[in-house]
Design a protein around this ligand. Structure first.
Ligand code: UDX
Length: 428
């Protein structure tokens, strides 16, 4: 089928390449012409495991990119996927401006379209947003009516950064939101070869599913971090507790790694979004708020622990290993490691940092407040204290840390290997 993908960011790039690998013909549309040029040269504008190779491995005509969103670029598409990034607004809700702008552009391009186009909202939007904001924008900008002249569907993604292409090609399930018969038929056809359950619901239910999944994952992380903080005070190793908990299939071993907390562009934003919607509906989301509060406090707990161990950090030479919100990605959005690094700077420490993948994006946030090093060994060489803030494999080499004080926020050094080190873990 012919698929238009609007937005060549983390989600749009993975979906575009993934759809093309599944045999569809894809046109990727992005307002950034530099990104478009990169894609047409076979280079992905975002870092994602295996994405560049997959893009270069596509048949020549299966994927093209353009910065022009008009009836020519999307007019022949069987479905038009909105994949632009929603972001966290100042009020910590969801800023849908980019999605709304894309919807407006698509609507204008549909003014002269024939047939019955299917517009698919894949971007994560707050529950109810497609009904209340995206659909009216499409109708107003196209001069047409949803359900009469075109379909509007929701199709949330469940992609993990660093594993997104694999998650796209081998999903646990496909969620299709919308009761439009043609819309369901077209999406059913698009996904028919994925060989996984297709769950069909209405648009708002699909949006709730997406936010609730991420809020639940966030809940597991904050839960194990709260248990971890209690275990730390008891002198108990949270990881041993989590191992026994995870043996119960109702709990599962996943998302029970205690540490400095969750970050990224999704878990924080989607959990907050659910909070905002709840309040707008007159419901006080006590549990959802506490998930966020535990998470907001966690990075600070690491610094306080270091101060208890080291005394005041002013003037101390410290090194931070890992700046991304998790290992294996270059993304520093809502990264707890960035929060810790800023906190160390605010306390007057002399901070050196290293993160092979995330350095460039971290520079946009930390600027010249820290010293950047090209390797872990170099970054550590002058340090008194080393903070390990992502569980990147290269940080698991215990030889790195001889003679240093180690403050571990991500359990990179397990029991046994850290004997003899001056070591402290945030929740163990
Ligand atoms: C998440 C969801 O997993 C994915 O389904 C959704 O589509 C997008 O959001 P992502 O944000 O890429 O994916 O990362 P994920 O692997 O879920 O980790 C999120 C955060 O939780 C990271 O900061 C990670 O370090 C942290 N985390 C995760 C923990 O602290 N402990 C854990 O056990 C697992």
């Amino acid at each position: 089928m012919i698929l238009a993908v609007v937005g060549a960011g983390y989600v749009g790039m993975v979906c575009g390449v993934g759809f093309a690998k599944m045999g569809h013909q894809v046109i990727l549309i992005d307002i950034d012409s530099d990104k478009v040029d990169m894609i047409n040269q076979g280079r992905a504008p975002v870092y994602e495991t295996g994405l560049d190779a997959a893009l270069r491995g596509l048949a020549p005509t299966s994927l093209s990119a353009t910065s022009t969103l008009d009836s020519d670029s999307i007019g022949n598409a069987d479905a038009i996927f909105l994949c632009v990034q929603s972001s966290t607004a100042d009020c910590e809700g969801m800023d849908l401006t980019p999605v709304e702008r894309a919807a407006r552009d698509v609507g204008v391009a549909l003014r002269n379209s024939s047939g019955y186009p299917v517009v698919v909202v894949k971007s994560t939007v707050s529950p109810g947003a497609t009904e209340k904001r995206i659909l009216p924008i499409l109708e107003e900008s196209s001069g047409k009516r949803a359900g009469v002249d075109f379909a509007v569907m929701a199709n949330p993604e469940f992609l993990r950064e660093g594993n997104a292409l694999a998650d796209f090609l081998c999903p646990d399930r496909i969620v299709i939101g919308g009761v439009d018969t043609k819309g369901r038929a077209v999406l059913g056809e698009i996904y028919k070869d994925f060989g996984v359950p297709i769950i069909s619901v209405d648009r708002t239910t699909a949006e709730v599913i997406k936010c609730a999944c991420n809020a639940f994952l966030a809940a597991k992380v904050s839960f194990i971090n709260e248990v971890g903080n209690i275990c730390k005070a008891l002198g108990v190793d949270t990881y041993k507790v989590a191992e026994a908990m995870g043996a119960d299939p109702r709990i599962s071993p996943h998302f029970l790694k205690a540490g400095i907390g969750f970050g990224g562009s999704c878990l924080p934003k989607d959990t907050r979004s659910l909070c905002m919607v709840a309040r707008e509906l007159g419901y006080e989301p006590i549990l959802l708020e506490s998930i966020l509060q535990v998470n907001d406090n966690q990075p600070l707990r690491l610094i306080e622990m270091a101060e208890r161990k080291m005394g005041r950090l002013v003037g101390k030479k410290v090194t931070v290993l890992g700046l991304a919100f998790k290992a294996g990605t270059d993304d520093v959005r809502k990264s707890p490691a960035i929060q810790v690094t800023k906190g160390l700077c605010q306390r007057g420490a002399s901070v050196t940092v290293y993160d092979a993948l995330a350095e460039e994006k971290a520079k946009g946030v930390l600027q010249d407040r820290v010293i950047y090093c090209p390797s872990a060994v170099e970054a550590i060489s002058q340090a008194e204290v080393v903070f390990v803030l992502t569980d990147s494999d290269e940080f698991k080499d215990v030889e790195l840390y001889s003679g240093k004080v180690v403050i571990d926020g991500r359990r990179v050094l397990d029991d046994g290997v850290r004997d003899g080190l001056d070591y402290e873990g945030i929740c163990w």
